[in-house]
Design a protein around this ligand. Structure first.
Ligand code: COA
Length: 260
């Protein structure tokens, strides 16, 4: 299915999603958000997709934020609706049950940084820049920045980025834990894909359980989180994949997981 604002293709079970408005540094307007929501649903639903890689077109930007032209025209009611809808779209990506990696090729600002944070891992090119500059526009983050940033980098570092609105480079993002890896720009896609494919060698149900457990563990108390982990552990113990994984280990061969 062709999209107006995204490039989308599936190659060997990986969905490659590219936000494609380079003339506006891939800013997230309503059309991009709608199509991102559709793509998140496809990643979740389609069995032929086992993981996804998200990036932006062009050498300059991953995503330079929400579309400021649209923001400028909004009032409090549609502003709140925009934030809720964006949060829903990013959350659906975060909860799609399959690993999603942001390959951050340039500016990841405002909604772009928030989108990268809603992905499960972030690989940054040496040229990437991160920031939450909303306060410079007299607004605050609306797509989860005040929620995910402190969870990733801690309260103090999150507040520094949120309150100054200043940009940091890829090495600083690595130092504070905002990104998982920094790679040269010409190796961004290949290294991100390799990282994703190394995950996809593992049992898909096990991957989904890890994603679900970690997502929930950050929101509930210790005992509930441990109980969920034990429940998922029990559930996985009834799968053909667990039998295959343990048999393959005993037989000193590579497992062939079926996701069942
Ligand atoms: N929304 C809408 N348009 C945007 C945009 C955004 N978030 N970010 C960039 N653009 C547009 C610019 O308006 C410009 O369009 P034009 O050529 O029609 O004027 C085009 O993208 C190129 O951007 P430009 O500012 O000329 O590039 P630059 O290299 O000089 O600066 C940035 C790059 C990222 C530093 C700068 O574009 C910027 O600060 N963008 C806004 C970042 C932001 O505040 N994001 C959070 C929004 S809540």
């Amino acid at each position: 299915m062709p999209y107006a604002t995204l490039l989308f293709e599936v190659r060997d079970a990986v969905a490659f999603v590219t936000i494609n408005r380079p003339e506006k540094l891939n800013a997230l307007n309503a059309a991009v958000m709608e199509e991102l929501g559709e793509v998140a649903a496809r990643i979740h639903k389609e069995p032929g997709i086992r993981g996804a890689l998200l990036t932006g077109t062009g050498p300059k930007a991953f995503v330079a934020g929400a579309d400021i032209g649209e923001l400028a025209a909004q009032g409090p009611v549609d502003g709140k609706a925009r934030a809720l809808e964006g949060q829903r779209v990013f959350r659906s990506l975060e909860q799609c049950g399959k690993p999603v990696i942001a390959a951050v090729n340039g500016f990841a600002l405002g909604g772009g940084c928030e989108l990268a944070m809603a992905c499960h891992l972030r690989v940054a090119s040496e040229q990437a820049r991160f920031g939450q500059p909303e306060v410079k526009l007299g607004i605050g983050p609306g797509y989860g920045g005040t929620v995910r940033l402190p969870r990733l980098v801690g309260r103090g570092r999150a507040l520094e980025l949120l309150l100054t609105g200043q940009m940091i480079d890829a090495q600083e993002a690595l130092r504070i834990g905002l990104v998982n890896r920094v790679v040269p720009a010409d190796r961004l896609m290949s290294e991100s894909e390799q990282l994703l494919r190394s995950m996809l060698e593992n049992g898909p149900l096990a991957l989904r359980a890890c994603l679900e457990a970690v997502d929930a563990a950050l929101d509930v108390g210790m005992d509930q989180a441990l109980l969920l982990e034990a429940n998922l552990f029990g559930l996985l113990s009834g799968t053909a994949d667990m039998r295959e994984g343990t048999a393959a280990f005993a037989e000193k061969r590579k497992p062939r997981f079926q996701g069942a």
